[in-house]
Structure formats: structure tokens, C-alpha cells
Design a binder for this molecule. Sequence first.
Ligand code: ADP
Ligand code: F6P
Length: 471
Amino acid sequence: MRQSPLVVVAHRLPIDDSVAPDGACEWRRSPGGLVSALHPLLRDTPATWVGWAGGTGPAPHLPDVDGVRMHSVPLTGDELRDHYEGFANATLWPLYHDAVEHPEYHRRWWEAYQRVNQRFAEAAAEVAEPGGLVWVQDYHLQLVPGLLRELRPDLRIGFFLHVPFPPPELFMQLPRRAELLRGMLGADLVGFQRAQAAHNFAQLAAKVLQLPATDRRIAVGDRVVRIGAFPVSIDTAEMSALAARPEVVDRADRLRQDLGGPEHVILSVDRMDYTKGIEQRLKAYRELLASGDVKVRDTVLIQVAVPSRERVARYQILRDRVEHQVGRINGEFGRVGEPAIHYLTQPFDRAELAALYRIADVMAVTPLRDGMNLVAKEYVAARVDDTGALLLSEFAGAAAELPQAYLVNPHDLEGLKQELLRALRATPEDVAARMRAMRDHLRHNDIHAWAGSYLSALEESGSLLGRRVTA
Ligand code: ADP
Ligand code: F6P
């Protein structure tokens, strides 16, 4: 088995599970923040990505992609159901997102979560070079840092959580809370999207495990685990360059013509997820149509909602409800050839997404809770001429970095309607000043800056060993 100096461990491999007849496979830019964030970083890096390749058969042997080795971990059908759909996406996901849907607890799911985490830890232990660096990603694999440290104490281990980390009042519900915390504390550095999350984690380490903890360091036996906020980002230059390409500009012009040349285009791009606030946003839009504040001929709403986690009951229910709502709104307010909402569930390539971002006068990103929300950042990066208004939920991690957006509380329907109207009616000067400030922020805080700051903190974490932590 060839070994690598850098190993990324994530639930999914970033490639399609179908390999072409000639054995080649392509990077799969699956609709999801994790792959979007890590893909531009790893290209041409001598690294190994450990993850699941899709399907429930034996692990396929995959060729390297763009110089990165793909190491697949097999999952059985029962494990997919109990680990990914169960403990990860029906227990942890809702709990970590303010319990906007009720988290479910089942002992069978926990057993599968442990088993799958053990398998990922063993795979990482196998492919990491002596003294190498292993970077474990996200809530599916919270036990991996601890398990890996037992197998390979020589490694430098990082963990990064892409989703929010909840306040103690919520986390304390988890029947296996101590084990999950101990698992994460197997890392040398535990990274979060926001400082509040690091604070929540430190409080829990003190409360549940009685460890000396500050918002920066936690003492675990003779080790010091460093914790902190590292807000994830995008490849800003890449998205800006893509949006400025002549073929993307042409495509955007054609899209606008196809829409009948409306005065305003509003766009939302989400995974079909109950955390994204899609139902609340559609409700607000319906009320604006009903009151006549927004008129179908002048204003067009494009809602892209790519289906996600489709075998999880809550996601099926959400999709049915959203489609019912869209059908109802189009039935009530659409005209022949002029729907009130253009509803699309297809995955798009990056160029088509960039063209959509280009035509959006207002981008509505209004999740009820979101670790970061890269779509908001992609929109800003694509607005190369400093036009376009970003309507952004206060509950998205991105809001802390982009205070110049039109910020909203998506639970407040009246507030949501008013802020959407404000964004639609804003002067070009106001819009441009806000956009310039946000673009400036993202130019300096891109995905490369994120990886650089995380990895240098991880490098430094070793030098903290032996220092005392005073809580
Ligand atoms: P999450 O991590 O919850 O999925 P993010 O907004 O952080 O949310 O990341 C979503 C990523 O998926 C973005 O990079 C976005 O461009 C991509 N994406 C969303 N919808 C689509 C789609 N229909 N087709 C292709 N990519 C999509
Ligand atoms: O950002 C949270 C996350 O779970 C990522 O791990 C993933 O990229 C994205 O959402 C999409 O989810 P899934 O991998 O379940 O399709």
C-alpha cells in the first residue's frame, strides 16, 4: 500500500461512483459544501483522499484523479442506512442545526456509527506516511480522530467540522455525548466555522468530561488539544474568472432573454434541505405576490433545489411540501409562458451556476441555520462588476463575514418580506458599495487562506505539547 504525507478523510470521495469504460474518472463536484471546499485545494497535491465511493458493494479500486489518490471505504446497505442516513443525518444533522427538525436517537444507529468510524480510522492508518498529517472532516466521522490516535500515535491529526456545533443545552440531549467529545479530542487541532462553536465545545469538554478547557485549548491527559474558528471559503479567483468568461457572459444574456427580460431576477440555490429555509422563503414570496408588491411580469424567482439525502423521511416530506407550494404559487400567480417561480432540481456544472449567479439581481440565501453557506460566497465572487444584492440569513456562518449583505431573520416572515423588497429596490450605489466590501473580504479570505491558516495552526499544535491549560 502506497502511503501519503497528507491524508484527507471525509465521508464521500469527490468522484462519481461510475468509472468510465477506459478506467478514467472525473472529479465529482457533487452539490455540497465539503467537496466544493476541498476540491480546489487538493488538485495536484501528493495526497490521499479516504472516503466512500457510493454504492454498497465491495470498495472499488479507483485510479488517481488530478494527482490525488482515491482510497475507497466500503459500506453495506445496512451501514448506509444506519450510519449515513441514520446517526449522521437524522440524529446529528438536525441536532446540530438548532433542532429545527426533531433529532432521532436509536441504539442501532450508534453501533453502525462506531463501526463505520472504526473502518475509516483503519483505512487512514493504512495510507498515512510515518509522522504524516491526517485531516478528518465533518460530523459523519467524529470518532475517527480518537480511534486513529490509538492506531497511529505518530500522526499529526486535524479535525474540521463543516456544520454548526450546538450549544450545550442541545448537545446534552445526545445519549453518547461523552464518546463523541472524546473522539474529537483525539485530534491535535479541532476546527470550527465560528468562534461560538469553539466556545460551546470547550464548555462541553469541561462539563461532560471535566477537562481543563479554554476557548483555545483543552488539556487531555498529557496532551493539549488546540481549538479555534476557521471559517471555510471558496476559490474566489476561480469563480470570478469563470463568471467573466465570454461564454458564461453569453449564456447569462441568453438566460435573461429566455426569462422574457424581466426587470428583476431573484435566485436561490440550495440543496433540498429543511435547514435551508426554502418553505419560509416561498411563503414570503407568495405573500408579496398576493399583496402586489411583486409582480410576475417584472420579477422572476428562480429556485434551484437539488434533491439530497432522498431516502431520509424528512427530506422526502420536505420535497413534497416544496413542490406542492411551488405548484400552488404558479397556479395562482403564473401566466401562460410566465411562471411565478422557475423551479429546477437538476445539478448544474460550474459554468451554468456562474451564469445563474450573473443574472441574479438579488440572491436570496435564507437558511434557518447553516455552518457557512458557500453559495452566498460564490454569488459574491461571481459579481465581477460589483452589482447584485445578497439577501442573507443571520443564521448562516457567512453572515459573520459578510455584514454588508441585506441581513434577515428567516423566521420573521414580515422582516423577510421587507428586506427582500429593500434589496429589490436598493439604489445601484448602495448595492455596489456593499458588494465591493464583500468582494474585498473574499479576495483575501479564500479557500487557500483557510487551508493555510488551518494547516499552520495544526503544524504549531505540536509545539503546544506540555503547556498548561488554565481554564
Ligand atoms: P451545503 O454544504 O449545506 O450543501 P453550501 O452552500 O455550503 O451548502 O455548499 C453547496 C455547494 O453545492 C456549493 O458549492 C454550490 O455551488 C453547490 N451546489 C448547490 N446546488 C447545486 C446544483 N444544483 N448543481 C451543482 N452544484 C450545486
Ligand atoms: O456541509 C455539510 C455537508 O454534510 C457536507 O459534508 C456535504 O458536502 C454536504 O453537506 C452535502 O451532503 P451529502 O454529502 O449528505 O450529500
